[in-house]
Design a protein. Structure first.
Length: 241
């Protein structure tokens, strides 16, 4: 493959991966606690077999998750909680603990505090939080839950020394992918009742980047077509000789 076509093809592949990331970000712009995915570009160095001239090709070395806090939005719902600072709510997923910034909770039929997906919200001992549906719920800045002045439990809120060992599970959950990673107590975080954290995608920014990547894709596609036409003409000229 000639250098022009090879470079264009590499660029097209990188832009296609970017489009997938951007499309997922835009689709989850209204998902509470969603953390946007970004791309980390790098250059792959290689050599053309014909003249050993080094060439570099753009590739997405790895995607990364942006854990920047989203805007806290007031809802007035007493079972909506938001974290102001670094940390995650812990919930009991189907295969073990999961971690989320989406504190839009509700009461299950059995009185347990659960997520919108039905996962039980964990207390500091790892168990479920049982509430009385007929009594008001108050949550303190440290996650302590009370009803009629009686302490019911405390939300398990954790942080990690490195988020590199976390992997996404669904739109708003994370699981530990690195066995050596252990959750720890957060150093500076407060629980805000009656609020939820919005997605940090940034709809306007994502739309602008989406248009930009589409334009880049079109230009690279034209370059690949041009490279193919040049090769075709070169072959035809050689054939004439």
């Amino acid at each position: 493959m000639d250098p022009i076509t090879a470079l264009a093809a590499s660029g097209l592949r990188a832009r296609m991966e970017s489009l997938d990331l951007l499309a997922n970000n835009v689709a989850n712009a209204s998902t509470g606690g969603f953390k946007a995915d970004r791309e980390f570009y790098s250059l792959y160095s290689g050599e053309d077999n014909s003249d050993t001239v080094p060439s570099t090709m753009p590739v997405i070395e790895r995607p990364w998750t942006d854990y920047t806090q989203g805007t806290l939005q007031r809802t007035g719902n007493t079972l909506d909680f938001a974290l102001d600072g670094h940390g995650f709510f812990a919930v009991n997923g189907p295969s073990g603990p999961l971690y989320t910034r989406n504190g839009s909770f509700r009461l299950g039929g059995d009185g347990r505090l659960i997520t919108s997906d039905g996962y039980a919200v964990r207390n500091r001992q790892g168990g479920a939080i049982q509430l009385d549906a007929n009594r008001d719920v108050q949550v303190g800045p440290d996650g302590t839950i009370t009803q009629d002045g009686k302490v019911i439990g405390q939300l398990e809120i954790v942080d990690f020394t490195s988020t590199g060992g976390l992997a996404k599970q669904g739109a708003a959950y994370f699981r530990i992918a690195d066995p050596s990673l252990r959750p720890s107590a957060p150093s500076a975080v407060t629980v805000e009742q009656g609020q939820v954290e919005s997605s940090n995608t940034g709809s306007a920014e994502a739309a602008v980047r989406l248009v930009s990547v589409m334009r880049q894709f079109e230009m690279l596609n034209k370059a690949a077509t041009l490279g193919a036409e040049m090769n075709k003409r070169a072959i035809e000229e050689v054939a004439k000789v």
